[in-house]
Ligand binder design. Structure first.
Ligand SMILES: COC(=O)COc1cccc(COC(=O)c2cn[nH]c2)c1
Length: 241
């Protein structure tokens, strides 16, 4: 499983929350090391410059290759190269399957882009010495990769055996859904009546068969309403309802 995570950013303070909760506990227990680095540590000019204007023109700025190249030189152990993960709107979709895959990697290095992006040659050069994964968290644009890296680190670290007292194996779980690639059903707890709203009686019936049937129906209804794309993939399930 993952033993070491490195993060490179011009806003390292963004990652203070990692010291809390889940990831914090895992680090404290020695399960893994998480080190955050300031990209500007690999600049040499008085202004610690990390960006410049884009070749070919256009608005915005591009992150210079030199600081990134030197940061990777310093952080990548050729004996045990990390998977380099770069959040970007133009990446492949980040999925629970990818989170599982990365949870098995001994080392991960997350690169936080800003501005219009990182000079493309940085990833081209990185590919000569490590696996590079440009991934998207969704079809929207953030100002930088930091928030995306926080999300991905949480998604990966929670899968590491022993981190949240989870079973000692990276059991393959279907991502964020209930059964068969459908969305989770609605959940309830005490009190049975709250502000005039009742818990669905079937859930108080003690009839587990009925409860399971009700939950499946709820998952199907929700998936049809919110994620018809998942049903396309689960055609068989839809027919079986
Ligand atoms: C090669 O990679 C790069 O150059 C990355 O550069 C950037 C530039 C701006 C913002 C980001 C952060 O990612 C997202 O906005 C994002 C990811 N998922 N959905 C939105 C990254």
């Amino acid at each position: 499983p993952v033993q070491r995570i490195d993060i490179v950013s011009i806003f390292p303070e963004y990652f203070a929350p990692l010291g809390l909760s889940l990831v914090g506990k895992a680090v404290a227990s020695g399960l893994l090391a998480v080190d955050v680095h300031d990209l500007r540590d690999w600049t040499h000019d008085r202004h610690r410059t990390v960006d410049d204007t884009p070749y070919g023109g256009g608005a915005g700025m591009v992150m210079k290759p030199e600081p990134w190249g030197e940061a990777l030189d310093a952080l990548v152990d050729p004996e045990q190269p990390p998977v380099l993960v770069v959040p970007t709107p133009s990446g492949v979709p980040f999925t629970q399957a990818l989170a599982h895959e990365w949870a098995h990697e001994p080392r991960l290095l997350f690169a936080c882009g800003r501005y219009e992006g990182i000079d493309a040659r940085v990833m081209d050069h990185a590919r000569t010495r490590m696996q590079v994964r440009e991934v998207s968290l969704g079809d929207y644009v953030l100002n930088g990769g930091e928030v995306a890296v926080l999300a991905m680190v949480e998604a990966v670290v929670r899968l590491i055996p022993g981190v949240i007292g989870n079973p000692e194996s990276l059991v393959e779980e279907s991502y964020a859904e209930g059964q068969d690639g459908l969305l989770e059903y609605p959940v309830y707890t005490k009190p049975a009546s709250w502000r005039g709203l009742e818990v669905p009686p079937v859930l108080l019936s003690g009839d587990h068969g009925k409860v399971d049937a009700w939950r499946r129906e709820q998952s199907l209804d929700r998936t049809r309403a919110r994620r018809p794309d998942l049903l396309a993939a689960e055609g068989a399930v839809a027919d079986a309802s």
